[in-house]
Design a protein around this ligand. Structure first.
Ligand SMILES: C[S@@+](CC[C@H](N)C(=O)[O-])C[C@H]1O[C@@H](n2cnc3c(N)ncnc32)[C@H](O)[C@@H]1O
Length: 352
C-alpha cells in the first residue's frame, strides 16, 4: 500500500471518528456508502476503507452511547475477486451489534443507484444523514447527475477521489469525452487548461449543480512532488467543514492541505507551534482592514475562507501577535482580560 493510500485512510478515519457520534446522537439512522469498496484488506495486511469505516465505529469510545442510531453500511465493489475477498473480511468480523447493518453488492455503483436512494430516503424511517465515499481508480463511473440526485438532502455529504492528473493528461484528447461529460455534468472542461482549473471547475459543479455549500480539497502528491489526485469533501454543514479540517490538519500538520509521498514518515519542519500563520494574518488584514468584527465572524471567516483552523490557529497564533504589533484593538475588553484572550462576543477593530 502506498503512503498516500494510508493518508487517504487516515483522513477517512479521522473524519468518521467525529462524524459517527455527531450523527448518532441526533439521528436514528446514519448511512455510510463506500461505492468503490476494494478488497477490504490489502496484500500487506493493511485494512481497506470498508474495514476502516466499520472498525472506526466499533472501536469508538462513544459507540455504546450510540445504541439509539442504526448505522447502515453499504459496500459496493464491481470486481468479482475483490468482492469475494471483501465479503470474507466482513464475515471475519463476526456477529456485529444489532445497530450495525452491512449490505454488500457485487455491482457497478451506477447500477445500484436506485437501491441507494431507497436506503437514504426510507419512507418509513425518514431521511438518513449519509456520507458517500467514492474512491474510483479513474474518472469514469461517478456521474455528477447521480451524485446530485443521490445526495440532494441537506444532511448528505460526499468524499470523492478526483483524478486530476489523469484528467489533465487526457481531457482534451477526445478519448474520454463521454466520461468527462458525465463527471463534470458539462462540456465546459474542454475550454479548461491545467490541473488547478480542472479542480476549480469540478468544485464549482459540486457547488452550483449538486448544491453543496462547502467544497474543499486535499492534495495527494507523488514522490516526484507532482499531484497524483485530490480528495474532495463536499458538505452543507459548517460543522462538517470544521471536522474535515481537523482531519486534514492531523494528516498534514504543516499546512493542512496536502500529503506528499516524498516526505511520508519524515514529519514536517512546520508543525505544532511552528505552523506559519502569516497567510492567515494577511487574509484577515485584506478582508477586515479599517473594519470592526466580532470574534465569531473571524472564526467563521477562518474556517470557511482560509486553509486554517479557527480553534488551533486564530487566537494565540495570529490575533495575539497582531494585537502585540498594534494591528488590532479589542473594543470591549472585560475587566480581567489578558492579552491574547478573545472570549465569545469580543469586538475587534482592525487598523486601516
Ligand atoms: C481505488 S480502489 C478502492 C479502494 C478502497 N476504497 C480502499 O480505500 O481501500 C477502486 C475499487 O473500485 C472498484 N470499481 C471499479 N469500478 C467500479 C464501479 N463502477 N462500481 C463499483 N466498484 C468499482 C475496483 O474494482 C476497485 O476495487
Amino acid at each position: 500500500m502506498e503512503p498516500h493510500t494510508r493518508a487517504k485512510h487516515d483522513l477517512l478515519s479521522h473524519y468518521l471518528k467525529a462524524w459517527y457520534p455527531i450523527i448518532g446522537r441526533y439521528s436514528q439512522r446514519a448511512v455510510f456508502i463506500d461505492a468503490f469498496a476494494g478488497p477490504g484488506v490489502y496484500e500487506d495486511g493493511s485494512p481497506g476503507s470498508p474495514i476502516i469505516a466499520l472498525r472506526t465505529l466499533l472501536d469508538h469510545t462513544a459507540f455504546t452511547t450510540l445504541r439509539g442510531c442504526t448505522f447502515n453500511f453499504l459496500f459496493i465493489e464491481s470486481d468479482k475477486k475483490r468482492f469475494a475477498h471483501l465479503d470474507a473480511e466482513i464475515t471475519k468480523l463476526g456477529t456485529l451489534p444489532a445497530n450495525v447493518q452491512v449490505m454488500l453488492r457485487n455491482s457497478d455503483f451506477v447500477a445500484v443507484a436506485d437501491e441507494l436512494a431507497l436506503l437514504i430516503i426510507d419512507k418509513k424511517k425518514g431521511l438518513a444523514p449519509t456520507l458517500a465515499f467514492l474512491d474510483p481508480f479513474g474518472i469514469s463511473g461517478v456521474p455528477l447527475n447521480l451524485i446530485t440526485q443521490l445526495l440532494a438532502s441537506d444532511k448528505c455529504e460526499l468524499f470523492i477521489t478526483f483524478m486530476a492528473d489523469h484528467l489533465n493528461r487526457f481531457a482534451r484528447t477526445g478519448q474520454i469525452d463521454r466520461h468527462c461529460e458525465e463527471l463534470f455534468g458539462t462540456d465546459a472542461y474542454r475550454n479548461v487548461r491545467g490541473m488547478p482549473a480542472l479542480i476549480d471547475l469540478y468544485e464549482k459543479q459540486l457547488h452550483d449543480v449538486a448544491n453543496f455549500t462547502y467544497v474543499r480539497e486535499f492534495e495527494m502528491l507523488r514522490t516526484d512532488g507532482h499531484p497524483a489526485y485530490y480528495l474532495i469533501h463536499a458538505t452543507r454543514s459548517k460543522r462538517g467543514v470544521e471536522k474535515m479540517k481537523d482531519a486534514m490538519w492531523k494528516v498534514d500538520p504543516g499546512s493542512g492541505f496536502s500529503f506528499s509521498d516524498r516526505h511520508a514518515g519524515q514529519g514536517s519542519l512546520f508543525v505544532g507551534d511552528h505552523v506559519d500563520t502569516g497567510p492567515l494574518r494577511t487574509a484577515l488584514v485584506t478582508n477586515f482592514a479599517g473594519k470592526k468584527a466580532n470574534i465569531e465572524r473571524l472564526e467563521e471567516f477562518t474556517l470557511l475562507e482560509t486553509l486554517y483552523h479557527p480553534s488551533s490557529h486564530l487566537k494565540r497564533k495570529t490575533l495575539a501577535l497582531m494585537e502585540a504589533d498594534g494591528l488590532i484593538t479589542v473594543l470591549n475588553p472585560g475587566p480581567r482580560r489578558r492579552r491574547g484572550d478573545y472570549p465569545a462576543g469580543t469586538e475587534i477593530r482592525f487598523l486601516k
